[in-house]
Ligand binder design. Structure first.
Ligand SMILES: C[S@@+](CC[C@H](N)C(=O)[O-])C[C@H]1O[C@@H](n2cnc3c(N)ncnc32)[C@H](O)[C@@H]1O
Length: 338
């Protein structure tokens, strides 16, 4: 047993106070919470004063905490005298690990071998973000391992790509899966910015009968898009279109248009050109917190200038993109051309 500072809390308010303490990282998770008939005793890291509770020191039983893979790596690194900590946050796609540049210390080669073994990874990459060019090339550097093509499985679909050449954003997973659940039926779908097929493949699998046109400008991404369509046997549902979506989609009449690019507002005229009454357009944009309620009006105004009337369907926050900045997906329906 271990003597520890604790908060004694009446049973009826224990859950509320415990969740407050956990949020503030104030609870000693290596010790077991105890209770008597009326009170719960919560071991805390430091003395805290909360109305309706009392402070004291008590004996607590220890408990074995599960050790995360990152913690296991850090224990092994420490054992062989390597300084620096492997971060708790990283991304694993297929057999490749991606760590943000600002989280990764400089390690000697031995450390990467230990990390790779723990995570069953064959390559470790430093993720320096995504370039500003329209084709969104990643700034990803191979730190360790053989590199090359990574194959990632998501929702039963296999995506192959070279992470140093094309982007793959796992933060969009929920949004991608949501897309595939839409009631699209036997409709014509245009994915104007298909990348390696993130949305197109999910839509083709989830909406049986839909004909999906997948546009992609970056020749590297286009190559993987075609391979991924073939690998997942979706040749009958998806037509890949190379080049600029503003020209490759001429002549198509779409029921559903997906615009997965933050510059989508500048492509609205191309989307509207292939729309008809009832076409749904899903635009992905970057929006600051203050404009979340109003950005829609900007889209509607622009559509009006282009001669189209569009109605708001809904908006989803895909993910936070920085302080007060959101990746938003906004859905609208074309009501009629003016
Ligand atoms: C943000 S990325 C892919 C987004 C993907 N839908 C997702 O959610 O992960 C945008 C893609 O659009 C492609 N792209 C950019 N401009 C384009 C254009 N004018 N026509 C077709 N594709 C374009 C880029 O090469 C890139 O692969």
């Amino acid at each position: 047993m271990v003597i520890c500072e604790c908060l004694t809390v009446p049973k009826e308010s224990a859950n509320r106070i415990l969740s407050y303490l956990l949020k503030g990282d104030m609870v000693r998770k290596d010790l077991k919470i105890s209770s008597d008939l009326e009170n719960v005793h919560i071991p805390v890291k430091r003395a805290v004063s909360i109305a309706g509770t009392s402070k004291c020191k008590l004996d607590f039983f220890e408990r074995d905490l599960p050790v995360s893979p990152s913690e296991r790596v850090n224990l092994k690194l420490k054992k062989i005298g390597i300084k620096g900590k492997f971060p708790g946050k990283f991304i694993k796609l297929g057999h490749s690990l991606f760590i943000k540049e600002n989280r990764m210390p400089t390690f000697p080669g031995d450390a990467y071998r230990i990390i790779a073994e723990e995570f069953h990874a064959s390559s470790i990459y430093l993720d320096r973000g995504i370039g500003e060019s329209p084709i969104r090339e990643p700034d990803v550097v191979l730190l360790w391992g053989k590199g090359g093509i990574t194959t990632h499985e998501e929702n039963g679909i296999f995506y192959s790509f070279d992470p140093t050449k094309v982007m793959f954003s796992p933060g969009n997973v929920n949004s991608r899966i949501g897309e595939s659940r839409g009631d699209l039926g036997p409709k014509t779908v245009v994915d104007m910015f298909a990348g390696i097929g993130y949305f197109s493949l999910q839509i083709a699998i989830g909406s049986r009968g839909a004909r999906v046109y997948a546009c992609e400008l970056n020749p590297n991404s286009y190559r993987y898009l075609v391979q991924n369509i073939e690998k997942n046997r979706l040749e009958m549902s998806i037509t890949p279109l190379p080049g600029d979506c503003r020209s490759s989609t001429v002549g198509i009449s779409a029921d559903y248009i997906l615009m997965g690019h933050f510059d989508s507002l500048n492509f609205l005229s191309a989307a509207l050109r292939m729309s008809h009454n009832g076409t749904v357009i899903n635009m992905h944009i970057l929006c600051d917190t203050a404009s979340l309620d109003t950005h829609w009006q900007k889209i509607q105004e622009k559509a009006g200038h282009l001669g189209y009337l569009v109605d708001y369907v809904g908006q989803k926050l895909v993910k936070s993109y920085g302080p007060h900045l959101w990746h938003v997906s906004t859905k609208m329906i074309v009501v009629r051309t003016l």
